[in-house]
Design a protein around this ligand. Structure first.
Ligand code: GLN
Length: 441
């Protein structure tokens, strides 16, 4: 089959099934022409990738799930997307998300919520819920998401697919619409570890356009060829008491698999992990309040009417959704003079402690195992209280604050809904992390 036929087949599949799912915000209107014009000798010729709609795609709508960017056509391409295209991959379409990545269910998209492919009364997780649902329902073979505090891993878990948040800096953030710059990472979602590796080899690596990108070329394909050596695995359990029975069972089974492979398994304690959520919900809004100041009607996207400049700015920013406004207010508050030391300063100090604890832990073990989420996907509309929504991120924000690579892999089902567990590796050891996760493929 030709790339054009594959593209045609996926477009038909999306048109038939996506109306019930809401994974896509837009499709690439030039897909068939692009498939036709492809150089078939390129290594990824014709590979279709769904891209989260907070990643800039030149000439294709990029909304970040916000009314403020409705109709915005970026004049530039994110590095991750440019690299994929240079290898012959094609953007299938742009996927739904919580507005600017702020949420854990994709219900904060201003357009429509995405549904969980395993049960349409449940959320797919968020904020990369569209990417996870698309991959789970085979509306796309692969997808890019972004993970600030869990947004690749948690939807991957809820939708029964693999998702990786790389070490901070492994994938260029150029063209990723900034939410919390010190945490944001683009990450792959796929139905196998090998597919994660394929996507990472294409998109990762140093980029002069992102000063925080690491000078570490990707070697994922190579790493998967290496034999798996038995490693030391630490399981984090202390204080993690609110897990569903299915999650507890999945943990036991995963430990059994690792032991069967000759891994030395032991319980470890990471005391700061349970406080990470509080620090995250200070630091992420603080950075967001600065990053989102640019959406004032003068440069990007929507511009409201208004004779005087400040009235125009006010009316433009009124278009932001409730959760985004809440984060901007919280962020502005914790950064304000008089409160800065009490909130932002303390959260930063805590972040350093969390990192130090993680470094110490990784002297004793090579990998950490913990659940991605305490339970499977929750029903749509069941988390109206913002704090209840924030608590969904309990297990994912630790790796984010510490900058560590973390991979969520499917680990069975509970009452028909997928479960996910998370493996964490030391800083920069993403390749080894994928190699170990191959045990669960
Ligand atoms: N749910 C978290 C938040 O709302 C994480 C989101 C993300 O990783 N983009 O901030």
């Amino acid at each position: 089959v030709s790339p054009r036929e594959v593209a045609q087949a996926y477009l038909e599949r999306v048109r038939r099934l996506d109306p019930g799912l809401g994974a896509f915000l837009s499709l690439n209107g030039r897909l068939l022409e692009e498939a036709e014009a492809l150089d078939p000798s390129l290594p990824l010729a014709g590979l279709l990738v769904a891209v989260k709609d907070n990643i800039a795609t030149q000439g294709l709508p990029t909304t970040a799930g916000s009314r403020l960017l409705e109709g915005f056509l970026p004049p530039y391409e994110a590095t991750a997307v440019a690299r994929l295209k240079a290898l012959g991959a094609l953007v299938l379409g742009k996927t739904n998300l919580d507005e600017f990545g702020m949420g854990s269910s994709t219900e904060h998209s201003v357009f429509f919520p995405t549904k969980n492919p395993f049960d349409p009364s449940r959320v797919p997780g968020g904020s990369s819920g569209g990417s996870a649902a698309a991959v789970a329902a085979d509306l796309a073979p692969l997808a890019l998401g972004s993970d600030t505090g869990g947004s690749v891993r948690q939807p991957a878990a809820f939708c029964g697919v693999y998702g990786l948040k790389p070490t901070y800096g492994r994938v260029s953030r150029y063209g990723l619409l900034a939410y919390a710059s010190s945490l944001d990472q683009i990450g792959p979602l796929a139905r196998s570890v090998r597919d994660l590796a394929l996507l990472l080899d294409a998109v990762a690596g140093p980029d002069p356009r992102d000063a925080t990108s690491l000078d570490q070329p990707p070697r994922f394909g190579e790493a998967l060829e290496a034999p798996l050596r038995p490693l030391r695995l630490g399981v984090v359990r202390e204080g993690l008491s609110g897990n569903s029975r299915g999650v507890e069972r999945a943990l036991e089974e995963a430990l059994g698999v690792f032991q069967g492979l000759g891994f030395a398994v032991r319980e470890v304690s990471w005391p700061a992990l349970l406080q990470a959520l509080a620090a995250y919900y200070i630091l992420a809004p603080a950075e967001a309040s600065a990053n989102l100041a640019r959406y004032d009607g003068t440069l990007y996207g929507y511009r409201a009417e208004g004779e005087e400049l400040w009235r125009m700015v006010e009316a433009t920013r009124a278009r932001l959704g409730l959760e985004v406004k809440r984060r901007i207010l919280v962020g502005t508050f914790v950064l304000s003079s008089g409160y800065y030391e009490a909130y932002y300063g303390r959260a930063q100090a805590f972040r350093r402690r969390l990192k130090a604890e993680a470094r110490a832990l990784f002297q004793e073990v090579d990998l950490l195992l913990l659940p991605t989420t305490p339970h499977p996907a929750f029903p749509l509309g069941s988390r109206p209280d913002p704090l209840a929504m924030y608590r969904e991120d309990l297990y994912t924000v630790g790796a984010s604050l510490a900058g560590l690579p973390a991979l969520s892999f499917p680990a069975g089902f509970e009452e028909g809904l997928p479960l996910g567990l998370q493996l964490l590796a030391p800083w920069g050891e993403d390749e080894g992390l994928l190699r170990a996760a191959l045990a669960f493929e």
